[in-house]
Design a protein around this ligand. Structure first.
Ligand code: ATP
Ligand code: MG
Length: 551
């Protein structure tokens, strides 16, 4: 990590070279999502990489929707994507751009290719086209329509545009090389007929360009210098280069591929998330158990933590998956000094301090974050009755248990030393209340004349507030792996625990939506942005405090 500042990733090295050679004057990048779903953590990597490069090199970054396939695209996704990209902190130049805004130029590009004898209208059926394409080991064969004249092609393409053919009846193909070892170069389809309304252009078009033809044009029109995409497009690069060359763009963009971000044992695929949503297993695309950007935000992850994570993962050309605990590490690091450390009891059992005056409320001054004095302090009410965590009391403690048990003295965090004198159980043997006495001389908890080994947190039973908290585990049963043999997901039945009886300090009841805290000993929590109400927050546990990841 120490070398991070000096050792540049392979994309930065390419850019440095292009700038030095003068083939690039100003770095221009883009994020080109297709509006057909919500963005996930993998997209965050692409966004922050593209935006980060533009920023680092003093260039600019475009936000452009790759909306050339109207069958799957929706305005709802456009809105969610814009909001996610903004939230991540990526700033684009000018307006949000749409590939569909370039349909006319793409059409003109196709006509130009036809005129150069580089494209033809083909009447083969989709099955025949597949058959003629050949295989990895065998060359393809030429379509019988390959040698149509320029005039005929122009007329037929015009007819395609004018809606004279059914969907699939004719396509426009680039005339490249049916014997190319790269199947993408075997006369790829560049335009198809599809009588479908588009979410932005409505019924203006009934022909739509294919991705491999459209994308380089979009990049070229916008003056993108480095068109960064993921590895699966590596074999498409010759076609990308062919398109910008044949359309004679000045300073054509350069495609660069990097490895996608994958998280082990985490569901990222749109198809699977969609199914979880449709089957009602999760509460929408932003369910805090998912890793869509909206879900991470709702869970309580910050843009800074996601950036830290993406930076830690780095940019490479070799595919690999990283562990989810690394993302957890990043949010802990980010929140460590930023948020207040408060007391909340998730599994309450009552403690009564027998020698404390009934009805008395004493306010203890508590630092908000011991490691960051800038966060100040707050007053926490102390009373005769409290809640502590059930696991902080044992009737018969094992060795090395230093918390509360009969006869033992512990520190109530920031308050007093208390000694357990008695406890009561119900008919099932469940402890219902614990009786203690306190020592007034130990106020504040910093008393040094006597040592206690255990410090436990507490919430006043009469001044504290009852809220709902939600604890999460991976939605996948990690022991069994992500997928079953039939391709379905191995779900963890315990991925969500709703704690209805969570007692918190009064100040926590005032939490605003998305406000984050450490609940001491219990983890980092965030007030849910959807389910919280004024004075009645619902907390999501972002992450516990224990880490299995080490840097
Ligand atoms: P998915 O295949 O996961 O549904 P996608 O390819 O459909 O994603 P697009 O909207 O086409 O999503 O992607 C927008 C950009 O995000 C593309 O440049 C794509 O390469 C990049 N991207 C998608 N998934 C990842 C990932 N896991 N890691 C890094 N970049 C990604
Ligand atoms: Mg895609």
């Amino acid at each position: 990590m120490e070398n991070e500042a000096v050792s540049k990733n392979f994309i930065e090295q390419i850019i440095d070279k292009d700038l030095a050679e003068g083939s690039c004057k100003e770095v221009v990048t883009r994020f080109p999502p297709e509006p057909n779903g919500y963005l996930h953590i993998g997209h965050a990597k692409s966004i922050l990489l593209n935006y980060g490069l533009a920023k680092a090199y003093g260039g600019h970054f475009n936000m452009r929707f790759d909306d050339t396939n109207p069958t799957k695209e929706k305005e709802e996704f456009v809105d969610s994507i814009i909001s996610d990209v903004k939230w991540l902190g990526a700033k684009w130049e000018g307006e949000v751009l749409f590939a569909s805004g370039y349909f006319q130029q793409m059409y003109e590009g196709a006509v130009k290719l036809i005129k150069k004898g580089k494209a033809y209208v083909c009447d083969l059926t989709p099955e025949q086209i597949r058959e003629y394409r050949g295989t990895l080991t065998e060359p393809g064969k030429n379509s019988p329509y390959r040698d149509r004249s320029v005039e005929e092609n122009l007329e037929l393409f015009e007819n395609m545009k004018n809606g004279m053919y059914e969907d699939g009846a004719k396509v426009l193909r680039a005339k490249i090389d049916m014997a190319s070892p790269n199947i993408n170069m075997r006369d790829p389809i560049i335009y198809r007929v599809a009588h479908i309304a588009h979410h932005r252009t409505g019924d203006d078009w009934c022909i739509y360009p294919m991705y491999d033809f459209a994308h380089p044009i979009e990049d070229a029109i916008e003056g993108i210098t480095h068109s960064i995409c993921t590895l699966e497009f590596e074999d498409h690069r010759p076609l990308y280069d062919w398109v910008v060359r044949e359309l004679e763009y000045d300073n054509p963009p350069k495609q660069i591929e990097f490895a996608k971000l994958y998280l082990n044992n985490v569901v990222t695929g749109k198809r699977y998330i969609k199914k979880l949503v449709e089957d009602g297993i999760v509460d929408g695309w932003d369910d805090p158990r998912l890793v869509s950007i909206a879900a991470l935000r709702r869970r309580g992850f910050t843009p800074e933590s996601i950036k830290m994570f993406v930076d830690l993962v780095g940019v490479t050309k070799s595919q690999g998956a990283v562990e989810y605990p690394m993302l957890e590490y990043c949010i802990r690091e980010d929140l460590k000094l930023k948020v207040k450390r408060m007391m909340a009891v998730l599994d309450p059992v009552k403690v009564i301090i027998d020698n404390y005056p009934e009805g008395q409320v004493e306010y203890m001054e508590v630092p908000n974050n011991q490691e960051n004095p800038e966060l100040g302090s707050r007053m926490v009410p102390f009373t005769r009755e409290h809640y502590i965590e059930r696991e902080d009391f044992m009737e018969e403690p094992p060795k090395k248990y230093f918390r509360l048990f009969p006869g033992n003295e512990v520190r109530l965090m920031n308050a007093y030393f208390v000694t357990c004198v008695d406890y009561k159980k119900d008919e099932n043997g469940k402890v219902t209340e614990i009786h203690c006495t306190y020592d007034p001389a130990t106020k504040g908890g910093n008393f040094t004349e006597r040592k206690v080994k255990g410090t436990i947190h507490w919430v006043s039973a009469t001044e504290g507030v009852k809220v709902t908290s939600r604890l999460y585990e991976n939605i996948i049963d990690e022991e069994k792996g992500v997928y079953n043999e039939d391709g379905s997901l191995n779900l963890n039945p315990n991925s969500l625990t709703v704690v209805e009886e969570c007692f918190v300090e009064p100040e926590l009841a005032k939490a605003s939506k998305e406000e984050k805290f450490q609940f001491v000993r219990n983890g980092y929590f965030c007030a849910d942005m959807k389910d919280s109400e004024e004075g009645k927050p619902v907390f999501n546990r972002i992450v516990s405090l224990k880490s299995s990841f080490k840097l």
